[in-house]
Design a protein around this ligand. Structure first.
Ligand SMILES: N[C@@H](CCC(=O)N[C@@H](CS)C(=O)NCC(=O)O)C(=O)O
Length: 212
């Protein structure tokens, strides 16, 4: 199994962390965004969106990070990352959809302004975009923080794919200066994810944007 990725990408990180948690073997195919290696015709044949991550498993190709995590988890249902029960599964899906609709788009503009622009030589952060991004971030962080009250993990007391999906962006909290100060539940939860061996191994292999 092969994962196409950028080093430092939280979306690639979550796929790697889930594979680690499940004990699945994989190889990495790093692409260099500073050289536009994701924009080639060869890569467009893998992911026509020209984005990472993407996965190849014995000729089967899949893109969209959360879809890849579900595919991986379905290989090892006994691990419990993809709850089998209807309501528990639906709740897990709810948070993974919320990740794509709300949380990832709230985090990404701050990461872009503070980290990606620097990496790609695109100039200084735009203060107006940072202000707007931080306001949006606070709105969604409040939703997540409130949900985590009384729960160890996002959907209850066991870890699921929702934790891998939502927690991945927080690896960038310090370098991207996410305004996390009032959100103690999020900080507590992310610290517990950082203790997972699968999380640590993925961080070591994937790095963060600032390592580039
Ligand atoms: N919803 C997609 C987003 C993929 C995405 O935007 N990936 C970024 C890197 S983290 C990318 O490839 N950006 C390259 C570009 O926009 O040119 C997923 O979760 O897989």
């Amino acid at each position: 199994m092969k994962f196409y990725m950028f080093r430092g990408s939280p979306r690639a990180f979550k796929v790697m962390a889930v594979a680690n948690h499940l004990g699945l073997d994989y190889e990495l195919q790093p692409l260099d965004p500073t050289k536009g290696e994701h924009l080639t015709a060869e890569y467009a044949a893998v992911n026509p969106n020209k984005r990472i991550p993407a996965m190849e498993d014995d000729g089967f190709i899949l893109w969209e990070s959360n879809a890849i995590t579900q595919y991986l988890a379905s290989k090892k249902p006994e691990a419990g990352l993809l709850p089998p029960d209807g309501q528990a599964r639906a709740q897990m899906n709810q948070w993974q959809f919320w990740d794509m609709s709300s949380w990832d788009p709230a985090c990404a503009p701050i990461v872009f302004e503070r980290l990606v622009k620097k990496m790609l030589g695109m100039g200084e952060p735009d203060p107006a975009k940072i202000q707007e991004g931080e306001q949006n971030f606070r709105h969604y962080a409040q939703v997540l923080n409130d949900n985590l009250k009384g729960r160890k993990f996002v959907t209850g007391n066991t870890v699921t794919l929702a934790d891998f999906s939502l927690g991945a962006q927080l690896n960038l909290a310090q370098p991207a200066q996410f305004p996390l100060a009032p959100f103690d539940e999020i900080k507590r939860w992310h610290a517990s994810l950082m203790e997972l061996p699968a999380w640590r191994t993925a961080l070591a292999r994937c790095g963060v944007v600032t390592d580039l």
